[in-house]
Design a protein around this ligand. Structure first.
Ligand SMILES: *[C@@H]1O[C@H](CO)[C@@H](O)[C@H](O)[C@H]1NC(C)=O
Ligand SMILES: *[C@@H]1O[C@H](CO)[C@@H](O)[C@H](O)[C@H]1NC(C)=O
Ligand SMILES: *[C@@H]1O[C@H](CO)[C@@H](O)[C@H](O)[C@H]1NC(C)=O
Ligand SMILES: *[C@@H]1O[C@H](CO)[C@@H](O)[C@H](O)[C@H]1NC(C)=O
Ligand SMILES: *[C@@H]1O[C@H](CO)[C@@H](O)[C@H](O)[C@H]1NC(C)=O
Ligand SMILES: [Cu+2]
Length: 215
């Protein structure tokens, strides 16, 4: 799925068909480099930017453009103004998305244990899987706001044919797609910081299996 020319104007337009592995369109990504998207924790964009999106305390949305016909997706968050790689909290456990183009996740709620209020700064990390090996990452810096509103349907929308299903990660004891079974999608005993790396490995295995099934 890796292609060459990806223009920044296409990223701004949101409406364009994906040419990258995946894009994080909203909240605004720190940046984008197709070649370093596989680098933990933020696809080569590892320093917080000053371009923070005001994001709702409850019911937030995250808009992506998907460049793989089939991808596992997970969303994590780290609290703080420049949290490094401390993406210890899962806010959307791993699931499988199918279909190219616009994909907007809606209805985010935060685990009750998280110390977040109006004005808290944080960074959202979106993890998807690769081609098929390895994890792919991108991050967006946000400020939680009780008055933030979600973007309109020109930015937050699903392309025709986009579907989601339960992730095929049942074999990994450290990952659960049942959000009610753990506070953050990671079973106790699995270190959160380590987990994103594990997810990449899991994705690698899944990719190989999926590829074999296609054949
Ligand atoms: C900053 O974020 C806004 C959306 O919140 C986005 O439209 C804009 O392109 C971003 N600017 C840069 C330089 O990334
Ligand atoms: C929660 O965050 C506020 C400000 O961000 C801080 O003053 C307070 O100590 C934090 N509480 C806990 C329990 O970490
Ligand atoms: C996109 O599809 C997902 C999965 O069905 C759904 O949860 C989400 O709300 C949809 N987004 C929009 C903007 O309708
Ligand atoms: C929930 O967690 C318990 C204890 O770790 C485990 O026995 C059970 O299988 C889990 N359920 C699901 C659906 O993952
Ligand atoms: C699960 O997590 C534990 C603790 O971090 C780790 O030792 C183990 O290798 C993990 N297992 C898998 C299958 O990822
Ligand atoms: Cu790709």
């Amino acid at each position: 799925m890796k292609t060459t020319a990806f223009s920044s104007t296409a990223l701004v337009a949101f409406a364009s068909v994906a040419t990258a592995h995946f894009n994080l369109d909203y909240p605004a990504a720190r940046g984008f480099d197709e070649d370093t998207l596989g680098n933990f924790p933020c696809g080569g964009q590892d320093t917080a930017t000053s371009n923070r999106t005001s994001w709702p305390l409850t019911g937030g949305s995250i808009a992506l453009t998907m460049g793989h016909i089939d991808a596992n997706v997970e969303v994590l968050i780290a609290i703080g103004s420049n949290p490094g790689s401390a993406f210890n909290t899962v806010i959307r456990p791993t699931f499988t998305e199918q279909g190219l183009g616009a994909f907007c996740m809606t209805g985010f709620t935060l685990p009750s244990g998280l110390n977040v209020s109006d004005g808290t700064q944080a960074t959202i990390q979106v993890v998807t899987n690769g081609d098929p090996d390895g994890g792919l990452f991108n991050c967006a810096d946000i400020t939680f706001s009780s008055t933030a509103t979600n973007p309109d349907s020109s930015i937050c929308k699903n392309a025709t044919g986009v579907t989601v299903s339960v992730a095929k990660v049942a074999g990994n004891p450290n990952v659960t797609s049942d959000a009610t079974n753990s506070t953050n999608g990671v079973k106790s005993g699995a270190a959160g910081g380590v987990k994103a790396g594990l997810v990449g490995l899991v994705f690698a295995g899944l990719g190989a299996v999926a590829f074999a099934l296609v054949l």
